[in-house]
Design a protein around this ligand. Sequence first.
Ligand SMILES: NC(=O)c1ccc[n+]([C@@H]2O[C@H](COP(=O)([O-])OP(=O)(O)OC[C@H]3O[C@@H](n4cnc5c(N)ncnc54)[C@H](O)[C@@H]3O)[C@@H](O)[C@H]2O)c1
Length: 374
Amino acid sequence: MMKKLNHQGKGYKVKLNIAVVGCGYWGPNLIRNFSQLSNCNVFACCDLADEKLGRIKSLYPSTMVTKNFDEILKNPDVDAIAIATPVYTHRDLAKKVLAHGKHVMVEKPLASSVDQCVELIELAEKNNKALMVGHTFEYTSAVNKAKEIIQSGELGDIYYIRSVRANLGLFQPDINVIWDLAPHDLSIILYLLDEFPIGVNGQGKAHFNPEIEDVANITLSFPNGTIAFVHNSWLDPDKIRKITIVGSKKMLVYDDISQNEKIKIYDKGVEAPPYYNSFAEFHFSYRYGDIYVPRLNQYEPLQKECEHFVDCCLNDKQPKSDGYSGLRVVSILESANKSIRNGGGKQPISFEKSVAPKTRVSKPLQYDVAVGMN
Ligand SMILES: NC(=O)c1ccc[n+]([C@@H]2O[C@H](COP(=O)([O-])OP(=O)(O)OC[C@H]3O[C@@H](n4cnc5c(N)ncnc54)[C@H](O)[C@@H]3O)[C@@H](O)[C@H]2O)c1
């Protein structure tokens, strides 16, 4: 880690040395984005497969590549490690990183169970290190715009949210479709609503691999009456990434596949008559108003996510998508899985609300789409 002296003669860090573990599909995206940051150096990359490392070495000749995770763990020049390996490895790898006094960013979902997430959070707090989860959509311009619109009250009370994430494949060998795809939907919904659900129902079906559901629905019930439906599938003819938010005043559709019109606001709604004396007088009135498309800032969300992680490591800030954020998502996944296996009945969520973040932050996190995301 490069250090400079401040006016009090104390050292402060200006450049973070990071290592990326897992160079399969997603890892190279992390490597590319970290290497584009002026305050970050991709010091090392690790994978178990020679061909993955060979590809990275040809793209980044000055980066050290290794199959030996311990080698980067024990290297005092490595300040932080980003983990993009299969989900079942997340806990063990992240635990070692934190135990070696380094910051860690873990791809979604944070770990395979609530207990594992709590273990990582406690270790990060004990060692005063950043623990961040790769909830990439929280860093998108579209999701931040939708949050801004909800918070402004423009949509009114939120009646329901429907989130669909479906395509043909990619089947995962170790996790079912909700552990693969729903972390995105759930992190977006929790981020948008700033609420935690009181219960969850799940239904799913495994058509190919026993116990690995390839299509599933999750229903979340929120304390204020809002309901959210998540549909995930690896068995759909179309690639769909669409979230519909229906409010008492307006409706918002976020279509992540659309290039230029990711968010549309519909001035549509239904009103029941305030009173009526006979069935003949009972008429709902339907409003079909304008549709508008807000302007969104253009940037790569992963770049913002990587930039934010480096900032948190260098400046002792709590990540926006911190360990607690990872825990909240995993707690819903765990309960949804139980519901799927138990015939779809409502499950409480095994996450103690009382587990409030004990922050390692000295300054509050400033993360404003208008400032940070141009
Ligand atoms: N944020 C996003 O939008 C996003 C998108 C895709 C994947 N992901 C996440 O990224 C992670 C990886 O997914 P992927 O699709 O890249 O998987 P992948 O199978 O393509 O790649 C995983 C890589 O990890 C390597 N690996 C496995 N165990 C290892 C170990 N112990 N040490 C070092 N390397 C090891 C494998 O050799 C492989 O190259 C998952 O958690 C996934 O959910 C996130």
